[in-house]
Structures are given as structure tokens and as C-alpha cells.
Ligand binder design. Structure first.
Ligand code: PEP
Ligand code: MG
Length: 578
């Protein structure tokens, strides 16, 4: 038995067999062979192709895939694999260069991929990522490694990986993937956020792990305490089975709160909205008692589909979401691509500091056709319900004005075409940088609402990469600098009488709810599975108590003291989770 401690990022307990995914890039060294070995290597390439085709056939026949958009991606892969000239390029390479099958496959495919990536046609350049995927699939068969087999799972598993991309996580089939644990990552990495949205227990930042784990061994992922136990002994397994039952029972007790309002003991109403990545999560938000959607991360449409979404793709996703929410508010955030949310390798220029680079609203303002396509779809869907648009990572007034000018251009185009939209659709911004927090008073004059994205705000205020496990202990919502910025933004929004919500992960952390209420926050947007627990806290406290706590916290000068005070207060209200 081995116990590993990491960061708990998505609550719940998972007990299942391990499935180790090696998602690191393969690096294939050039190895020469003798002339007599050439036919053997050619045969190995042919076998790898045959296995890859068989594998794709299997995936295609699994109903889930056939019906989904990713079926199209696999169809493209299949076309390449069945193309005889494609195979011939690799076998010719072996004959001529006298190298191993692995080297021939990797070198030839990377050449083709970089050729595609350099072509000035988005459809063709995007095929580069398909070629990289095919390379991985063929190498997996040549090297005999388990990878990407999560596509056709038949048994319940716990996924163990070096790291997972948000796209991989979004593709997990919840029926079989009971939990996951990764060596890398942080609480606010997008993979962690997705795990919470999907309700999959997860622990990240475990350090070097997956290479030492025997395949198929039993693993426990404790997403409440941030613990992973590999090959647990019988006693531990039994204890965890009982604990898992208690956790499930507590969750069903919380579900009783579904129909009750999120209202403090002294009658102050708080709006609890959901954070979503896909339209079908809207129903889940309602099921958990959410009052609307406060953050729709639309970039996942791009990340998961594998190709740039068309106006119709956008429109259908937004229309479906707004219709499902039945006149409850839906805040659509424009695409927040870049940094850790890259659609595929080679999509973006290589940047030394992607978090400080061409990301989010900057990328949208750089690629106006992409931005306008999305804005058209949002405006068209705005007549279907209470839809609001939100611009991410605004750092100054000029950027906000520029984005609003583009929005007006798009409105004019729609006017000319006679396409209806809501001209009064509210336009809000995310406060995610110290710059926007410090100038919130100015920005408030030209924004209909603010939503504070604490994940990025903390990252940029404390200069701590939100996804880097080496500095994860420095990433803290309780730092006095962060709390000062929060207080300032809340006051500026109140002064300007505009809406204010918090949609970063702090809004789903039970230990911070009283503090946020005490600071004047009345709208929280969080992962749907956490809504009942946050509601329970709200219904157990009075605003006076929250105000006292916030005043006390304001007198403390260290994050450690603040955390202790907040933890003690939360423990009194929710002893079940401690
Ligand atoms: C944030 O930064 O707090 C936020 C909600 O946006 P994202 O996590 O998608 O960057
Ligand atoms: Mg953000």
C-alpha cells in the first residue's frame, strides 16, 4: 500500500482499478538498422497500421462515439490510415534510410504535420493535429503502451496520468471513469475545473507516480482530502468503502435543499449560478438548484470539437443552453483561448510566457473574423431568453471599448441583414487582473456587470502559475493582497450600482463563503455539484456573523492566520465534511 498526498480538486471518493495513461510526448531517437532487418521493420509498420484501423473500427462501433462529433475526427484519422500512399511514405523511409519503424513513423508524420500546419487554409492547417494524433496511435502500437484507450472503456477505472489536457478530461465517460489523479496540475487548472463540473473525484499534483504503478492494481482517489492510495490493504479498503457511503449519504441530504432558496438566516437572498462548459450541463445546474448560468466557458466548443466552430455551431450551443434555462440568466463568456487552453499543438505561436501572451480577449481582438463569428451567434441567441455577454481578461478601458466597438459593428451587420437580436443585451467584463481590479471604478462606468475571476486574479496578483504544482502552496485566496483587491472591486461595483458576481473557484470553496457574503457579495457562480453544499452554508449563517468575520479577517496580516480563522468558522457550520 502506498499513500500519496496531492491537491484535492474535485470532491468525492473513487475506488476502482488503475488505468495508467502515458500522455507525455514520445521522443523517438534515430536508430539505424542493418539491411537484413528492413523487411522486419516494414512488417511492424504494417501491423501497427492494421491495429490502429482495428482500434478505430472498435471505437466507431461504440454507440457513444458514433453519435458524437468526435466520430467525425476519427473518420478523418481512418481515411489517412487507409491511404496506401501514406503507409508507403513510411515503408520507403525505412528502406532508404535504414532506420527503425518507430523513427520512420515519427519522422514522416511530423514532416507531414508541419507541412499542413504551414498551409494558409484553416481547414488544412488544422489537420496537423490529426496527424499528431495518428502518430501517437501508431507509436502506441509499435511501443506496446497503453494510451488513449480511454475512448473505449468497458470497466470502471481510476485514471492515473502525468497530466491531462482539458480536452481529454472533457471526453471522459463518467460511467466508467470513476476518478482521476495526475502528477501535475493545480486547483484552478482547467482540467481540475472540468473535473468538478463533471462531478468526477480528482486529485492533482501528486509528483512522479504513474511509472511506478502496476497496471490494474486497486486505487482509491479521495477527492475530499487530496489523497491517493495505491494498492490499499483490506482494512483501508473497508474504511474507505464506509467513508464513501457517508459521503454519498451527505450528498443526498444536501439534495433536499434543492427547492429551498439560498437565503441567510436573516433573510438575505444570494443567487447561486452554475459554471458550465457545455450546453448539456444546463440541465445539471437546474437539477442542483442553480438560479442561472454565471459563466459559460465557450472555448470548450473549440477545444473539444477539434476544429474552429462555425457560426451555426456557436448558435446551436447557445440557443440550447438559453432554452434549457427557461428565462433564467445565462452569461456567455466570449472565447478565453490561449495559455493552458490550446486547441492543439501548433495552433498558436510559441510564446515564452503564454499566460502573459496572446490569450483570451487579446486573442479575440487579434483574430477578428473568429471573434465576430462568435458575437453574431451570441446576438442571434440573445432573443431567446435572458442572455448576457461577458468579456474575459479585460485589463483596461481601451480594451473594453475596442471589444464593444466590434460588438457594435456586428450589430450593424445584423441590422443590415434584418437579423433580430436584443440591442440591450447586457455586456459585462471579468475582473481577472490587478490592473482591472485597481481601475474597477473606471471600468464600471462602461460595463453592465462585473464577474470576478479569482483564478486568474490570484495568479496575476501573486505571480503564481495557477497550474504549476511546484508553487501550488503559494496560490492562496487568503493572501491579504488578493482580499484587498476583492474588497475594492466589490465596493466599486456597488458604488456604480452594477451587478457583481464571483465566478472563480473561491466561490465554491466552503471556507470562503461567509467571508464573501460579509464583504458584500450576493451572487456566486460555481460548479454545479458544489451548489447544494454552498447553499447549506448560506442557509446556516446570518449576514451579521459574516460581516463580523469579514471585519476580523481585514485586521489579519497573514494568509495562514486568515485560513485558520475561515476554516474554524466553516467547521462549525459543516462538521460533516471535516
Ligand atoms: C477565473 O480566472 O477565475 C475564471 C473563472 O476563468 P477561467 O478559470 O476559465 O480562467
Ligand atoms: Mg480566467
Amino acid at each position: 500500500m502506498e499513500i500519496r498526498k496531492g491537491i484535492a480538486v474535485s470532491p468525492g471518493i473513487a475506488i476502482a482499478k488503475a488505468m495508467v495513461i502515458d500522455s507525455r510526448e514520445y521522443r523517438i531517437p534515430r536508430r539505424s538498422i542493418m539491411a537484413s532487418q528492413r523487411s522486419g521493420e516494414v512488417k511492424r509498420v504494417r501491423t501497427a497500421f492494421a491495429r490502429a484501423i482495428e482500434e478505430l473500427d472498435d471505437i466507431k462501433s461504440a454507440k457513444r462515439i458514433e453519435e458524437s462529433e468526435i466520430g467525425d475526427i476519427f473518420a478523418v484519422h481512418m481515411r489517412f490510415l487507409r491511404d496506401k500512399s501514406f503507409l508507403k511514405r513510411m515503408t520507403d523511409f525505412i528502406q532508404k534510410e535504414m532506420v527503425t519503424a518507430e523513427y520512420a513513423v515519427s519522422t514522416t508524420l511530423r514532416e507531414i504535420a508541419s507541412h499542413f500546419a504551414g498551409i494558409d487554409d484553416p481547414y488544412i492547417s488544422e489537420r496537423a493535429s490529426d496527424i499528431y494524433d495518428i502518430e501517437k496511435r501508431l507509436l502506441k502500437h509499435l511501443l506496446g503502451r497503453v494510451e488513449d484507450t480511454i475512448d473505449h472503456l468497458r470497466d470502471e477505472v481510476v485514471i492515473l496520468a502525468h497530466d491531462l489536457t482539458p480536452t481529454q478530461t472533457a471526453g471522459f465517460n463518467k460511467t466508467f471513469v470513476k476518478g482521476f489523479a495526475t502528477e501535475r496540475g493545480g486547483r484552478t487548472s482547467h482540467t481540475a475545473i472540468l473535473a468538478r463540473s463533471l462531478g468526477i473525484p480528482a486529485v492533482v499534483a501528486l509528483g512522479d507516480m504513474s511509472s511506478e504503478i502496476p497496471p490494474d492494481c486497486q486505487v482509491i482517489v479521495d477527492g475530499n482530502r487530496g489523497v491517493v492510495i495505491i494498492e490499499p490493504d483490506d482494512q483501508t479498503l473497508e474504511q474507505y468503502r464506509l467513508y464513501a457511503e457517508r459521503v454519498t449519504q451527505f450528498a443526498s441530504e444536501l439534495n433536499v435543499l434543492r427547492e429551498l432558496p439560498a437565503q441567510t438566516r436573516d433573510g438575505i437572498r444570494v443567487d447561486l449560478l452554475g459554471n458550465v462548459e457545455f450546453p448539456d450541463e444546463a440541465a445539471y445546474v437546474l437539477e442542483k438548484g442553480g438560479d442561472g448560468i454565471g459563466l459559460y466557458r465557450t472555448e470548450f466548443l473549440y477545444l473539444y470539437g477539434g476544429a474552429e466552430p462555425t457560426e451555426e455551431d456557436h448558435y446551436h450551443a447557445y440557443a440550447e443552453t438559453v432554452r434549457s434555462m427557461k428565462n433564467k440568466p445565462v452569461v456567455i463568456r466570449t472565447m478565453d483561448l490561449g495559455a493552458d487552453k490550446m486547441p492543439h499543438a501548433g495552433w498558436h505561436p510559441n510564446e515564452a510566457n503564454p499566460a502573459l501572451g496572446l490569450r483570451s480577449i487579446r486573442y479575440c481582438l487579434h483574430d477578428l473574423p473568429m471573434f465576430k463569428t462568435q458575437l453574431r451567434a451570441i446576438l442571434r441567441a440573445s432573443i431567446l431568453g435572458d442572455l448576457r455577454v461577458m468579456l474575459p481578461l479585460i485589463t483596461n478601458l481601451q480594451e473594453l471599448r475596442q471589444a464593444k466597438m466590434i460588438l457594435r459593428d456586428v450589430m450593424e451587420d445584423l441590422d443590415e441583414e434584418g437579423v433580430p437580436y436584443n440591442p440591450d443585451m447586457p455586456v459585462g467584463i471579468m475582473i481577472e487582473t490587478p490592473s482591472s481590479a485597481l481601475t474597477a471604478g473606471l471600468l464600471a462606468q462602461e460595463s453592465d456587470f462585473f464577474s470576478i475571476g479569482t483564478n486568474d486574479l490570484i495568479q496575476y496578483t501573486l505571480a503564481v502559475d495557477r497550474a504549476n504544482q511546484y508553487v501550488s502552496t503559494l496560490f492562496s485566496s487568503a493572501e491579504p493582497a488578493v482580499l484587498r483587491l476583492l474588497r475594492g472591486v466589490i465596493q466599486d461595483a456597488h458604488k456604480a450600482r452594477i451587478g457583481l458576481s464571483i465566478c472563480g473557484e473561491i466561490a465554491s470553496d466552503p471556507e470562503y463563503i461567509m467571508l464573501l457574503l460579509g464583504m458584500g457579495v450576493r451572487t456566486l457562480s460555481l460548479a454545479a455539484p458544489m451548489i447544494p453544499e454552498v447553499k447549506k452554508i448560506i442557509r446556516s449563517v446570518s449576514i451579521d456573523d459574516c460581516g463580523d468575520l469579514a471585519r476580523k479577517v481585514a485586521t489579519l496580516d497573514s494568509s495562514r492566520q486568515i485560513k485558520n480563522v475561515l476554516r474554524d468558522a466553516a467547521k462549525e457550520i459543516l462538521p460533516e465534511t471535516y
